[in-house]
Structure formats: structure tokens, C-alpha cells
Design a protein around this ligand. Sequence first.
Ligand SMILES: Nc1ncnc2c1ncn2[C@@H]1O[C@H](COP(=O)(O)OP(=O)(O)O)[C@@H](O)[C@H]1O
Ligand SMILES: CC(=O)N[C@@H](CCC(=O)OP(=O)(O)O)C(=O)O
Length: 262
Amino acid sequence: MKLYVIKIGGNVIDNSARLHQFLKDFAELEGLKILVHGGGKVATQISSSLGIEAKLVDGRRITDIETLRVVTMVYAGLINKNMVAQLQRYGNNAIGLTGADGNFIRAKKRPVKTIDYGFVGDLDENSIQAESIGKLLDASFTPVFCALTHDGDGQLLNTNADTIASALAVALAEIYETTLIYCFEKKGVLQDIDDEGSLIREIGPQRYETLKLEKIVSEGMLPKLDNAFAAIKSGVKEVIIGQADELHYLNTNATFGTMLRS
Ligand SMILES: Nc1ncnc2c1ncn2[C@@H]1O[C@H](COP(=O)(O)OP(=O)(O)O)[C@@H](O)[C@H]1O
Ligand SMILES: CC(=O)N[C@@H](CCC(=O)OP(=O)(O)O)C(=O)O
């Protein structure tokens, strides 16, 4: 059976009109599906309004106890529950989750090396309880995961949403024919970041190395592509990086965005 694991990016979450259109399209997508969301931009705004300065290193948030409280409220509460309510409105029986719910995603607190990331969780090959998540899918629920996991010892951990999506896709690929889709605000991986007409339709590992050397891909796109290639290597059938507004093309079998190949 086919399964879509779809991650929605922070810039779309921050734009309510775009987010609503995306959620409507997601609800109308045929077949089994899982949604994963972050919301880093909203967390940064709310942190700042509370007088807590956001600190990110290599795209990862330094999560002290105050920040963990904020991201718990923002990711598991504000964003997750509003998304679930919208999906219900469009007839999709969504169920909002952190990784602690159902013990679906267990992580390990990132060890302190040169940088102490605080309450940030890393995933490994045993983190995802794929069979338990499969039971939700079998019961016709659509899981909606936020960017929080737990350590099994009572501690919530902040985990990058791109990484959660990749790990879910890899674990579920043992049960389902899985496609991983990263939806964000651009058409896909672009040759020129300011030109939406410069979409790169397909990338393999060698082209990725060249794109990195030429600095055509940078910032958030680097960990996204690393997560995407990791998924392809570990059994995920296909990975697409594309625009949230174009998700509806999946129902027509038309291609969109950048397709990754092994
Ligand atoms: N070649 C590229 N094509 C498209 N986006 C790129 C490229 N290089 C860097 N980026 C940046 O990567 C960002 C996406 O990464 P990120 O912000 O982490 O995504 P998300 O919205 O999913 O959290 C884009 O908003 C863009 O600024
Ligand atoms: C550890 C870590 O960095 N976690 C991320 C989780 C949210 C996320 O991934 O959000 P986007 O997809 O919107 O970037 C953060 O707090 O920013």
C-alpha cells in the first residue's frame, strides 16, 4: 500500500492563507498520509514577544528550559491543534501528536560537545514505532506530528521537523510504499534562489555535491537535502521537494518540484 509522509515548512505555516490552502489540498489527497510540521518562525516570534531571545546554530534551535516551554506551547498546542481543527473541517480525521503520544517517537538528548543544544533530541534507527503508527493509519486516522519527541524518561525534546519526516518515512517504508514530500514556499530546489523559473527537476548524489560546491544550495536547504538523501538510501521510494501550493498535483499523477534519485 502507498503512503505519503508530508512535511510542511515554517514559511508556509507563517502565512495563514497559504497554510489553509495547503491543509485543504492535504485533506483532499487520496490514500494514506502523515503530516509533519515545525513552525520555527512562529516559535521565534513568540519567544521574542516573551522576552526570550531565539538562538539557532546550523539551523538548530538552542533549547534551554524556557525555550522548551515555548516550543511545547507553540508546536504541540497552537500550531498542531489549529492544523488538526482545519483538517477536520475539510473532512480529514486528523489526530495531533508529539512523539511522546503513543510512544511513537523516542529520541536521545543531543550530547554536549562544543555546543550545548539543551533539550534537543536526535533520532536513530530504533526511534520510530512504525507498527504502532500503522495501527492509527489502519483505523483511518491521519497522524499529524509536531517537532517534539521524548526520551522515555519523562523529558520532552525539540527535534527538527525535517529529520522527523525523514525518520518516519524510512521506518514506515518497511511496511508501506513510501513517498516523502518536503513542501515549502518555493517551487523546489532552484538553480537561482531568486528565480522560480530555475527549478531543478531531478537531483542525484553527484549533482548534489556540485550544487554544494557551487553554493547553489545553502542554509535550510542543506539539512533538508541531507535528510532527503538519507531517506532515499534507506528504502524510501521517492522524495520530492516542492511548493506547498502544488501538492494537489499528486492526485493527477502530474510531477512537481524537485525529485531526488539514488
Ligand atoms: N537552491 C535553493 N533552492 C531553494 N531554496 C533554497 C536554495 N538554497 C537555499 N534555500 C533556502 O532554503 C530554505 C528552505 O529551508 P528551510 O527554511 O529550512 O525550510 P522549511 O520552510 O521547510 O523549514 C528556503 O526558504 C530558501 O531560503
Ligand atoms: C532542534 C530544532 O531546531 N528544532 C526545530 C523544530 C521546528 C522546525 O523544524 O521548524 P521548521 O520546519 O519550521 O524549520 C526548531 O525549534 O526550530
